[in-house]
Design a protein around this ligand. Structure first.
Ligand code: TYD
Length: 215
């Protein structure tokens, strides 16, 4: 496997938590320090993975099928985009990664957590058992009460399959994120997203500095 010299940061949260807004500011902060930045998203980030995204977000399917498709998309994304960018020393900013699978398919849909961990090992060891698991160096979790997120989404665009779910689904998704944070606390920074946008940005930049990612 290629040695990693870059920095891998993922952005997570329930739909409506506002994470996408902050990726741009983070990209600018790294670029201002002379770092090359790759901005990408999951499911997606490659032509094949974007086709899988279209299916996952629109077609009804059971939770196992959904989990296999998001991990298949992730496998292609890691191989084509993430691993090469990290090997070049770039900063990879990814709008969602595996924590979203644990939160949405595990928490939201109630799918087997251990089976997801098995898939995670298959995919994030890049098909080479025994090698280190590729994980973000830092995950920014934009935490927002499901009721607030629902109110924000109500005034937004036409909802996709997940965005159309009831509030209880997003409470279960948020519980999935909280479980991941409890399992891997060092990798996470919890951002209180229930404040004004500038205050969220301040927390994001403070988390990046606190974790030693930004000078
Ligand atoms: P999202 O990241 O919110 O993109 P946009 O801002 O364009 O709507 O949408 C991705 C959706 O896919 C979101 O509802 C969460 C879901 N998802 C999963 O269910 N499992 C996964 O593993 C990933 C990465 C996303």
């Amino acid at each position: 496997m290629t040695p990693r010299t870059g920095l891998f940061i993922s952005f997570e949260g329930i739909d409506g938590a506002g994470k996408s807004t902050h990726i741009e500011a983070v990209a600018q902060a790294f670029e201002a320090q002379g770092r090359a930045v790759t901005r990408t998203r999951e499911p997606g980030g490659t032509p094949l993975a974007e086709r899988l995204r279209e299916m996952v977000l629109n077609a009804p399917m059971d939770a196992l099928t959904e989990s296999l498709l998001v991990f298949a998309a992730r496998r292609d994304h890691i191989a084509q985009v993430i691993a090469p960018a990290l090997a070049e020393g770039r900063v990879v900013l990814c709008d969602r990664f595996s924590d979203a699978t644990f939160a949405y398919q595990g928490g939201g849909r109630g799918f087997d957590w251990q089976l997801l961990q098995t898939l995670e090992h298959w995919v994030q060891q890049q098909g080479v058992p025994g090698t280190a698991l590729l994980q973000p160096d830092l995950t920014l979790w934009f935490d927002l009460p499901a009721s607030v997120a629902a109110a924000r989404l109500a005034s937004a665009r036409v909802p996709d399959k997940f965005e159309a779910q009831p509030q209880a689904f997003f409470e279960a998704v948020a519980a999935g994120y909280a479980r991941r944070l409890a399992e891997q606390p060092k990798r996470f920074a919890r951002i209180d997203a229930n404040v004004a946008i500038d205050a969220v940005r301040t927390q994001v930049l403070a988390a990046l500095r606190g974790k030693g990612c930004l000078a």
